[in-house]
Ligand binder design. Structure first.
Ligand code: SF4
Ligand code: SF4
Length: 386
């Protein structure tokens, strides 16, 4: 039975956080002596350079509390993460991580060196290249930030492992798994491969920053920060994501990495098997949490003929940049794996979008530093309830 620790926490004050995380590890029966002489990969969400108050990245003090616990128990913490576009060094330099990494003297691994991870039980993606640093770890501590997401509905423990794939290689995976259902299955293949397919195996513990989170058009600058006041932990990422989605009061049937994850039987096949330790879900649950628009509504329908350019243009939301916000930085062009974005033609000071090529992965919307891109409804989107 997967245990999930759930503790109320409304502060990023370092000592209080450390106590909360220690209690979380104790709740799930994690023995701190496992850190002794261990190389501990600590993986926060460092999607992009962002201020803490936007709740895009795992809070730097949350990361500090975890690495202090590792160090105090004679382990060596190593920061591993691969942001979407920018180098890891640049994201660290532009965030509060610069201070924490220096003060705590944390080793940073190069996320761009890769090794192929193979997993025979994968549904579709048996071979995935991930950062080599994960193979050198004795333990992986995955530190997701709970946020809404335009494709996966929520992003938490399962989705955060996507960051094991280096840089813009991530957005290419959207070309190989273009619809919501396929993308969720790919994420579950990756989760299964990292959880059960590493040789020798490397245990993963998920410790979630669900204190200040994102609602609305997460997980980037277009999302809105709000306080959910919770820290979660568990060694089953699907179970952790289930509990987080429930305390946000969201529709669990739309969280495909959770409901499809139950079908994989990765140590859990239904919510009934989860034992929540600490607070009850009911006590922390909120009722006014805003989901991202256009999430998984079409997930089961988004197959031929619904994924042809004509149908996509008529039915699905299209990403549209606003001229008054766009700075022509072209980060959207850089991340678009389908080549749908080209330089401004000069008529308008915004990049050109070719909606026939666009696969609606919304990576551009996620990464735009100005939150200049919004979703515009397809002409007949109302028919599908979008
Ligand atoms: S839409 Fe956003 S990411 Fe694209 S060029 Fe404009 S500001 Fe940059
Ligand atoms: S234009 Fe944006 S939504 Fe469309 S494929 Fe490119 S990154 Fe994805």
């Amino acid at each position: 039975m997967p245990d999930v620790s759930l503790i109320q926490c409304d502060t990023y004050q370092p000592e209080a956080l450390k106590d909360t995380i220690l209690q979380s590890l104790s709740n799930i029966g994690f023995d701190l002596t496992r850190f002794n002489n261990a190389r501990v990969v600590v993986k926060p969400n460092l999607l992009m350079p962002a201020k803490e108050e936007k709740a895009i990245i795992t809070h730097a003090e949350f990361f500090r509390a975890v690495v202090r616990i590792v160090k105090e128990n004679n382990g060596t913490p190593v920061l591993v993460e691969s942001p979407a576009i920018h180098s890891l060094k640049r994201v660290i330099k532009k965030t509060d991580y610069a201070r924490v990494v220096e003060e705590e003297a944390i080793e940073i691994a190069d996320p761009m060196q890769t090794r192929t991870l193979s997993y025979d039980a994968a549904k579709k993606f048996r071979y995935i290249d991930i950062s080599e640093a994960y193979f050198d770890a004795d333990i992986i501590l995955n530190l997701p930030k709970f946020k809404t997401h335009g494709i996966t509905y929520v992003t938490g423990a399962v989705k955060l492992l996507f960051g094991a794939i280096p840089g813009v290689e991530k957005s290419k995976m959207h070309m190989r798994a273009p619809d919501h259902e396929d993308f969720a299955e790919f994420l579950l293949d990756l989760y299964g491969a990292m959880t059960f397919g590493m040789k020798p195996s490397v245990p993963i513990v998920h410790i979630m920053d669900a204190i200040c989170v994102q609602e609305g058009e997460g997980p980037g600058p277009a999302g809105k920060a709000r306080w959910l006041n919770a820290v979660l932990a568990g060694d089953n990422g699907i179970a952790v994501d289930y509990v987080a989605t429930m305390i946000a009061g969201l529709d669990i049937d739309k969280a495909l990495t959770v409901v499809n994850g139950f079908r994989r039987d990765y140590g859990i096949s239904s919510a009934k098997e989860i034992k929540v330790i600490g607070e009850s879900i009911k006590n922390l649950q909120v009722s006014d949490f805003e989901p991202a628009t256009g999430s998984t509504i079409f997930s089961n329908m988004f197959r031929w003929p619904f994924n042809t350019p004509t149908f996509k243009n008529l039915f699905l939301d299209r990403p549209v940049p606003a001229e008054d916000k766009c700075t022509l930085c072209y980060q959207c062009k850089k991340i678009c794996a389908s080549g749908a974005i080209t330089a401004s033609s000069g008529k308008k000071d915004i990049p050109n979008y070719d909606y026939k090529k666009c696969i609606r992965c919304y990576c551009c919307l996620e990464i735009c530093p100005e939150a200049a891109i919004t979703k515009q409804k397809g002409r007949f989107g109302w028919i599908l309830g979008g």
